[in-house]
Design a protein around this ligand. Structure first.
Ligand SMILES: Cc1ncc(COP(=O)(O)O)c(C=O)c1O
Length: 387
């Protein structure tokens, strides 16, 4: 099991904090935006004397709220029997991998990729095979010939993350249709991780795989409340599929693990009262942070990045040979006016040897902290080169 590249420098960060250094976290997607009060307030309405298991599929109220959400947000009508409540999007990814492939099979991942895909693939006994995207192309999808070169008789799944963590890329409908056609042609499942669906900037919209035509039997959508409602600790997500066999396989796993968290589902239905203005406000805030980060990083000599189109991450190439060494050095040997920054080295987001000079940056800090972090990073890069 690989170590998480997002968390593996955590002991160094703890040591820096113990020395009294302020650590500005650019390494992890833990938003600082408040969870809406209509969700938090539900906690006080909980009257159950027994905190029982919920149905393995999720409570009827929560599943109903998910159906309303898909209807409103992407205009698709889903049956109750096409939705499974999961313990975060994380469990949905694991269920999808376990349901759609056998041990020793292969999953094509768009590289750089959300590092935990490798962890879930390892748990499911699957091999991760990268299909590389490049910063110069804005990390958009390569032509299908490139996907075809990665195919073997053991390939079963393509997983895409849209909007993308870690690149911030939002794929166009045409790109998604191309991948879907590839999956159709080669008999592969398409797992679409859409946990950042709302987070798209400059007035654009992320197309859901649920909107694609002719691939109902291939598509499994992974969803989560973590980012949508700034509620990572609620540990609630969903798996959506119109393929009844995949659904049944996932349902058996869901029954085996008994139940998704019941209290979480009770409070999550509070989100029903949120209007579009909530999402708009949050997205505007992230777009502003994206702009601050993008302009700030571009102004640092030697830093290259593609302007993120969605989610709240970017991959930035730094003027260093080994970004992991630099990230560790930031925590062990550097501070500027009492602060340092924590970065996620990007090599852990690649299955190939690429990404050594790159870091993934999450812009989940408020503007003031983000500006401070940019200042610290600029000074750190100067100092690191002077060593
Ligand atoms: C791309 C992606 N998928 C899935 C997840 C899992 O989210 P959760 O288990 O909190 O729902 C994350 C969390 O950061 C993510 O970035």
């Amino acid at each position: 099991m690989p170590a998480s590249p997002i968390r593996k420098l955590a002991p160094l960060a703890e040591a820096a904090k113990a020395r009294g250094t302020r650590v500005l976290h650019l390494n992890i997607g833990q938003p600082d935006i408040e969870t809406p009060s209509c969700i938090r307030d539900r906690l006080h309405q909980l009257e159950s004397k027994v905190l029982e298991y919920s149905p393995s599929t999720g409570t009827p109220e929560f599943i109903r709220s998910l159906r309303h959400y898909y209807e409103r947000r992407i205009g698709v009508t889903l049956e109750t029997s096409q939705l499974l409540a999961t313990t975060g999007g994380s469990e949905a990814i694991l269920f999808a991998f376990l349901a759609c492939a056998n041990e020793g099979d292969e999953v094509l991942v768009i590289e750089p990729f959300y590092a935990n895909y490798r962890a879930f693939a390892t748990m499911a006994g699957l091999k991760v095979v990268p299909v590389t995207t490049r910063g110069g192309d804005g990390f958009h999808l390569p032509p299908n010939e490139v996907f075809a070169r990665a195919l073997t008789p053991r390939t079963r799944i393509v997983i895409v993350c849209n909007p993308n963590n870690p690149t911030g890329t939002v794929y166009s409908r045409e790109e998604l249709e191309r991948v879907a056609a590839f999956c159709r042609e080669h008999g592969l499942f398409l797992v679409s991780d859409e946990v950042y669906r709302e987070f798209v900037y400059d007035g654009a919209r992320a197309v859901s795989a649920l909107e694609l035509e002719g691939v109902d039997d291939l598509v499994i959508v992974v969803d989560s409340l973590s980012k949508r409602y700034s509620a990572c600790g609620i540990r609630l997500g969903a798996l959506v599929t119109r393929n009844t066999e995949v659904y049944d396989a996932c349902l058996r796993m869901a029954q085996g693990r008994l139940s998704p968290p019941g209290v979480a589902q009770f409070i999550a239905v509070g989100a029903e009262s949120l209007g579009d203005d909530y999402t708009r406000g949050v997205v505007d805030e992230y777009q502003h942070r994206r702009d601050v980060l993008y302009e700030g990083l571009r102004a640092i000599p030697g830093v290259f990045l593609h302007k993120p189109e969605g989610a709240f991450y970017c991959i930035a190439r730094l003027p260093v040979e080994d970004a992991e060494h630099f990230a560790a050095w930031l925590l062990t040997s550097f501070e500027h006016e009492g602060a340092t920054v924590m970065l996620a080295p990007a090599n852990g987001f690649y299955a190939s040897e690429l990404g050594r000079s790159e870091v993934r940056i999450a812009y989940v800090l408020k503007e003031e902290d983000l500006r401070r972090a940019l200042d610290v990073l600029r000074v750190a890069l100067e100092r690191y080169r002077e060593r």
